[in-house]
Design a protein around this ligand. Sequence first.
Ligand SMILES: NC(=O)c1ccc[n+]([C@@H]2O[C@H](COP(=O)([O-])OP(=O)(O)OC[C@H]3O[C@@H](n4cnc5c(N)ncnc54)[C@H](OP(=O)(O)O)[C@@H]3O)[C@@H](O)[C@H]2O)c1
Length: 339
Amino acid sequence: MTRSTLTVLFDQQGGTEVLRYQTQDCPDPGDHEVLVQHAGIGVNYIDIQQRSGRYKVAAFPASLGVEASGRVLAVGPGVSDFKPGDRVAYLHSAGAYTQYRVMPVSRLVSVPEALSLPLVGINLTRGLTAQYLVNDSYAVKPGCTVLVHSAAGGVGQILVQWAVHLGARVIGTVGADHKMAVAKQVGCDAVVLSTEGDMALQVRALTAGEGVHAVYDGIGGEMFEKSLQCLAPSGTLVSYGTPAGEIPPFDVFRLNQMGSLHLTSPSIFTYNKTTEQLRLRSADFFKQLTSGIVRLPEPEYYSFDQAAQAQDALASRQTLGAVGLNLAQASMESSSGMR
Ligand SMILES: NC(=O)c1ccc[n+]([C@@H]2O[C@H](COP(=O)([O-])OP(=O)(O)OC[C@H]3O[C@@H](n4cnc5c(N)ncnc54)[C@H](OP(=O)(O)O)[C@@H]3O)[C@@H](O)[C@H]2O)c1
């Protein structure tokens, strides 16, 4: 029996008004595939950038969403590691903004019973991002000082807690007063309001003039230059997101002149390309959650018919923590108190 699934699509790039819902056929799972009924769907900046035109899309109508969680409803031939009823999540190419999706098992991870499905579905990308940022982009060590921009945001709150656990002193930045207490609460030793004053001067004052060993910059645009100014010699700038716009052209020789600096512009997909990488890194993230090292804030949940509102909220710069779509059956599980 072919199942139908309501899906968010768009026929041209633009504002959230280009998003539309359409019922489509969802095929049966083929070889090494499973059918997943979604519980939580992450709303991420990459979705906004694909919809708005910052990133190219391959063809129209185009779909959105790189992550979701849910339960396996059916398995195709050759599937031995998953069975109907299993709790799973995934990171994959665009297409998660839908109720049911056929997924290759190679992109699935099992979600521990102790964790809420919708919560994981909208935090997997953020968690996996923090995972490679603290381990690979700049390996956080005891005694180092790092600067985390948007410290009260979705990635930011996870990143701060993880870096503190690994022994870093973390200075956070936030774009609004109401976020300062949140950034402190997750472990920032000091918090700087990025919209006021000279940020580099403030960071230098907080580090006895030295600067920080690494800056995690998920803002981009004009923040890139300010981030460079905050680094100690041999420091690392991790430029991992650009909600504030493209980074102006940059002369690489400046890295030499400013003290043998390092610069990286990483992608989650590089670090989670193989099934083994995805499962190992997800297991590491889930371990931080189940052991209480990283506590996820209550996300900004939207219902499935509110994809546009959810994207607008994330782009508004007002949200704290993750943003995502919580599907009806998932709300029931969420309200049962699982975390
Ligand atoms: N490279 C990767 O592998 C990867 C993977 C996942 C996510 N990301 C990136 O990680 C970053 C954080 O993602 P998130 O989902 O956790 O978002 P978020 O941090 O919860 O929200 C984005 C934040 O960016 C800050 N911001 C500064 N200038 C902005 C502007 N002009 N417009 C909008 N926001 C602005 C705001 O915080 P303040 O005002 O407090 O600064 C805003 O709340 C994003 O850049 C995203 O693209 C990268």
